[in-house]
Design a protein. Sequence first.
Length: 330
Amino acid sequence: MYASLKSIGAYVPSRILSNADLEKMVDTSDEWIEKRTGIKERRIASAEESTSDLGTKAAEIAIARSGIAKEEIDLIICATLSPDHLCMPSTACIIAAKLGITNVMAYDISAACSGFVYMLSMAKAYIESGMKKKILLVGAEKISSVVDYTDRGTCILFGDGAGAAIIGATDNKNEAIVDVHASADGNYADYLITPGCGSKYPCSQETLDERLNFIKMKGNDVYKVAVKTLTNDVVDILQSNGLEASQVDHFIPHQANFRIIDAVREKLNFPIEKTVLTVEKYGNTSAASIPMAINDAYETGRIHKGDLMLLDTFGGGFTWASALVRFGGN
């Protein structure tokens, strides 16, 4: 028995924050942002929308496309760096309630931008061990809630959105999750961090005055480590499975920055035609990035049943992960 990605879904808020809008907020320009990141616009959730709202809407689409009843789902996992609540309850529990799903295991993971691929690894283990049969994975982010819109180094990068997938069992190896590699190195923690309002720097007037409740990033350092790590990870997973880059149908990297994506793509000799790109219109949506990109390719007719996708991601922690996944949906 194998684990299979049976369906995909995504949701983005209606409000668009363009580079021109950001020009009015911080010392930046549309030309500078696009040249440095490849981003033209990003979506921003309304004050009334929470991370669980975005995740629930993406989940509803993934469930509908899977053809299963929501009552068949026996596990819900949510990856997010912007949960509805700081400590508890988990955003997964809230999504379950909003979907009307009760009495199932539900929990969050924190792996930043690598969250969705981390969840694929867990779902694969649950399915192949026989512990669970139908799993809902949700990568959802309202990153605008933790972005400092006075910091031009970070506010230009991030957007809000959600992606979801149903993982189920199959006996067809040509529709299965082939392999997942995931790892981390906490020695780089301060390169990309939200320092305040946890146990180390509890919420106080001082932490708020110092804006420690917002994302902080050492951009140049992140870029250097990301390109090297993402490249090495892809080489490793392809070699481990006896595959060549030419055998991959779709290269779907984390949509953080076009310069990072392009540097990795060129090093690995992936043609641009096989590379799925959504960073231009959504920016970096962290744990939602990979499923949103898969969904975009699915909705535009690029992905078909049995296609081999190579996922590659890198995020705060540092965490990183890659996966070889055959699409098992219709």
